[in-house]
Design a protein around this ligand. Structure first.
Ligand SMILES: Nc1ncnc2c1ncn2[C@@H]1O[C@H](COP(=O)(O)OP(=O)(O)OP(=O)(O)O)[C@@H](O)[C@H]1O
Ligand SMILES: [Mg+2]
Length: 285
């Protein structure tokens, strides 16, 4: 892990403006600052609507039309060691950045696919958007490689349409596609929601294994504190658009400082079975 952060976010705010007038803005992310170091894994937790997805979309400049960034900076260190201000990049430069430097697995797997294209064609599109001259053969080899990484049979999956695959398989394909261009940072927005519990377990194990073996940092959005504790070295809690607490995973789970983090953890007895953080917090003062 380097000393220099890979991603440096400072005072980032995001607003959604009303379609009719600009003064009905809702602040979905408010004054958020944090760093991500190379290879690090951060869990972003917090209740529904607290701004997790909005923050992830803002980092990639993928906010919906009515989303604005009134203030803040998002700097990212490229492979060449250059610190780039993502918010100042042109659209075309940002498109180069997505997938190759930062890739995202979105909430809701089905929406991320083009339903009328076979998986193979989606792989081709993804690679060619970045490397227009990539040969079919090299794309084939790389696609097969990433599909094997996520324990799928390339022969079967590449010729399938998205609807022909199970939810768990689709989620694996999305993870494979995210790895296709070997990004430095992977954003995963609730990659296991909407899957049955056993499939969830397998995807979490897979992400754990890939993160241990491959060289990427990740920001992992989850409602599930047990999953966050397993996958992350640091945890960031969001509440009402603010990042109210960031810290080492053990610190956060055993000594949560913010009342909202305490409440979240108190609601999941299994995570803290051997110690009761609410008791501890009380004796600590
Ligand atoms: N396209 C949009 N237009 C207007 N407001 C939006 C839009 N998307 C999100 N919001 C608002 O921004 C806030 C943050 O939403 P966001 O989806 O980022 O939360 P989240 O933490 O990802 O929630 P969840 O856990 O349910 O996915 C919410 O108040 C939401 O209503
Ligand atoms: Mg969300």
């Amino acid at each position: 892990m380097g000393d220099e952060p890979l991603l440096r976010v400072r005072n980032l705010s995001v607003e959604y403006h009303g379609a009719d007038s600009a003064d009905t803005a809702v602040r979905a992310v408010s004054d958020v600052s944090f760093d991500v170091h190379p290879g690090e894994s951060i869990a972003l937790i917090g209740e529904s609507g607290c701004g997790k997805t909005t923050l992830a979309l803002a980092l990639l400049q993928l906010l919906p039309k009515l989303g604005r960034i009134p203030e803040g900076t998002v700097e990212f260190r490229t492979r060449d060691g250059e610190m780039v201000d993502l918010l100042a990049l042109s659209d075309s430069r940002m498109r180069q950045f997505r997938w190759s430097e930062i890739a995202m697995v979105f909430q809701g797997a089905m929406n991320s696919f083009n339903p009328v294209l076979r998986i193979w064609d989606q792989m081709v599109d993804t690679v060619r958007a970045h490397e227009p001259r990539a040969s079919t053969r090299s794309i084939r080899e790389r696609s097969e490689h990433v599909l094997r990484e996520v324990e799928l049979d390339p022969a079967r999956v590449l010729k399938a349409y998205p609807h022909e695959l199970s939810g768990g398989m689709r989620q694996r394909v999305l993870i494979a596609m995210a790895l296709l261009l070997e990004p430095q940072l992977l954003l995963l927005d609730e990659p296991t929601t909407a899957l049955d519990i056993l499939t969830q377990r397998r995807i979490v194990d897979l992400i754990y294994e890939l993160h241990g073996r491959l060289d990427f940092a990740m920001i992992f959005v989850s409602h599930d504190l047990a999953v966050a504790a397993e996958l992350a070295s640091r945890v960031a809690t969001m509440y009402g658009g603010e990042m109210v607490e960031v810290g080492d995973v053990r610190e956060i789970f055993y000594r949560p400082q913010h009342p909202y983090t305490k409440k979240l953890i108190g609601a999941v007895p299994t995570v803290t079975e051997d110690r009761d953080p609410s008791q501890e917090a009380r004796t600590d003062g």
